[in-house]
Ligand binder design. Sequence first.
Ligand code: AMP
Length: 215
Amino acid sequence: MKHLIILGAPGSGKGTQSKKLEEKYRFKLVSTGDLLRAEVASGSEVGNMCADIMAQGRFPENKIIYQLVEKFLSENAEAKGILYDGFPRTIEQAEFLLDILKQRNETVNTIINVQVDKDALIKRIVGRFSCADCGEIYNQYYKVPKMEGTCDVCSSVSFKTRSDDTEDTVKTRLTIYEEATAPVVDFFINHKLNVVVVDGMRSVDNVFHQIESVL
Ligand code: AMP
């Protein structure tokens, strides 16, 4: 089984690219952010523990994240490939992932590092909204629905924003990214794994093309 990781700051577009990769290559996508948001929305015990922490842009305990990832891996044991979005976010999480893969005689095959300028990140995040029904991602500055108020993909008229996509929280999330997640790139390089850098300032299709060329 192949394991691919997509790394990038909040707003780098890694969520959009992951969904495209999932669709085209049928990888199983594990987005720890999506799994956590689903827990919060369901009102589960885990969700209630995480809601405030996530709204502030901070990280829930590793134990919760590991359980979600392990459950996902056991439910997708037959997948030909797994694509990780938003995980690992710290060196400790990266060590955990390499450990559990080692037990299966597997490793991380490719790490895609999507790079975007900091100013663009803030605008991308605060402008972000999505279809409440199909999850298609839009942005008030860069990509609005073709017909105002109607989703291009599923024609829903209901949209939502993330509770952590506010200007204040974005700054915290970017700082945490710099401190905790950016070093994960060097961690993988030091482990002699295949890290590729992608220019995330280009169009969605161009970034996708860059990623496809290294798969
Ligand atoms: P994302 O959708 O990847 O931007 O994640 C949204 C939020 O979920 C983050 O700001 C964290 O609060 C939480 N989160 C997602 N993935 C992780 C992770 N691997 N470790 C810790 N917290 C996470």
